[in-house]
Design a protein around this ligand. Structure first.
Ligand SMILES: Nc1ncnc2c1ncn2[C@@H]1O[C@H](COP(=O)(O)OP(=O)(O)O)[C@@H](O)[C@H]1O
Length: 170
């Protein structure tokens, strides 16, 4: 089974993937796989533009966890969407050397459920599991993900509403 862990930058993908790897899961970090598919580098926004269609088409499915904010574009059997309340996300992103515009864009995307909507465009809802990491430890997030993978927890998504936090970006 290939399980994607996706989410806005700062929601905790790298941290929870490291914990799942420590627990014995095979983990592939997708940033390590996109380099041959980079179309351009947007230096101002410190963003790489990737040919997602070609990358996803050529990706060899695997039994394990694929971690990265493009994971939901892969033919995953299950997709975990990590979430974080926008004000807390802003704090998590603050130590990064991101331009303020990039932080604003990410916080806004999180408030608008952008990654969840993208995931739902690619996968049936019953394969999707949203985890609100705001008040959970990395270990608690990993516990929930393992329970979902084992089929002990049903899919769940759509209960988060962070539109009230959109004005944080003003
Ligand atoms: N569940 C969590 N609770 C509190 N802080 C977290 C949690 N997950 C990640 N963090 C912290 O948030 C920041 C971003 O986490 P990271 O794993 O790098 O996110 P991503 O890979 O999605 O960009 C890091 O400082 C990390 O320690």
């Amino acid at each position: 089974m290939m399980v994607g862990i996706t989410g806005t930058p700062g929601t905790g993908k790298t941290s929870v993937a490291a914990e799942l790897e420590r627990r014995g899961h095979r983990v592939v970090h997708l940033t390590d796989t996109v380099r041959p598919y980079i179309i351009e580098e947007d230096r101002c926004r410190q963003t790489l533009v990737v040919d997602i269609d070609r990358w996803a088409a050529e990706f060899e499915p695997l039994d394990g966890i694929v971690e990265g904010h493009l994971a939901h574009y892969l033919p995953c059997d299950r997709v975990v969407v990590l979430r974080c309340r926008p004000d807390v996300l802003r704090q998590r992103l603050a130590p990064r050397s991101y331009p303020s515009e990039k932080i604003r864009e990410n916080v806004e995307a999180e408030a608008l459920d952008v990654i969840l909507v993208e995931a739902l465009e690619e996968h049936p809802g019953e394969h999707i599991f949203e985890v609100d990491t705001t008040a959970l430890s990395v270990g608690e997030c990993a516990d929930l993900i393992e329970q979902f993978i084992r089929g002990e927890l049903p899919s769940s998504y759509g209960s988060i509403d962070w539109t009230d936090y959109l004005d944080l970006n003003v």
